[in-house]
Design a binder for this molecule. Structure first.
Ligand code: IMP
Ligand code: MG
Length: 181
């Protein structure tokens, strides 16, 4: 069974796609914009790219798409220390309504860095949508506006989420034996 060490499906492709449609519908209602105010959707690379691709097709608003990539010093998780931008936005978000799209919020350190950084650029509104929310490990207090699924401590891969850069291409989300807590 693919991937190597495959353990258990946590969210099927069907469950993901139905939840993504719900989130898109909710965002469409909430962020219905003034004419001329186009929503700026910002995808966090790399994990958020598949979720973003599906989510924007479920949002019925005028929007633009931009990407940002950050990396954490000394390890895979921001909990190990500092964070730095390795790819910045290509367009200004000044006075725009912004929706940040993340794959997973774990400790919240990555997202709180991003929020602080983007707030300084003067957006009109800054909202967050994450596919997965692991509140049990939260260190940085955060307000998450849209969350697909609450998850436990298990390490998950698929639908954009990786383990050692692999398994992003799975249509479902699963656990992998021997990885995680
Ligand atoms: P945070 O700063 O601890 O919230 O870290 C969030 C980042 O850690 C995510 O964007 C992922 O890249 C990574 N991460 C945390 N948990 C998982 C997981 O279960 N699977 C894959 N990546 C994870
Ligand atoms: Mg990520």
């Amino acid at each position: 069974m693919y991937p190597k060490g495959f353990d258990r499906v946590v969210f099927t492709a069907e469950e993901i796609s139905s939840r993504v449609r719900e989130l898109g519908a909710q965002i469409t209602v909430d962020l219905r914009q003034d004419p001329g105010n186009t929503l700026a959707v910002i995808g966090m690379l790399k994990g958020g790219f598949i979720f973003l691709a599906d989510l924007i097709r479920a949002i019925e608003l005028d929007l633009t798409v931009d990407f940002m990539a950050i990396s954490s010093y000394g390890g895979a998780s921001a909990s190990s220390g500092g964070v730095r931008i390795v790819k910045d936005l290509s367009e200004s978000i000044f006075e725009r309504d912004v929706l940040i799209v993340e794959d997973i919020v774990d400790t919240g350190l990555t997202l709180s860095y991003i929020l602080r950084n983007l707030r300084e650029r003067g957006p009109r509104e800054l909202k967050v949508c994450t596919l997965l929310n692991r509140t049990a490990r939260r260190i940085a207090p955060l307000q998450i506006d849209y969350s697909g699924f609450e998850i436990g401590e298990e390490f998950l891969v698929g639908y954009g989420l990786d383990h050692l850069q692999m398994s992003r291409n799975l249509r479902y989300i699963c656990t992998v034996r021997g990885v995680g807590p």
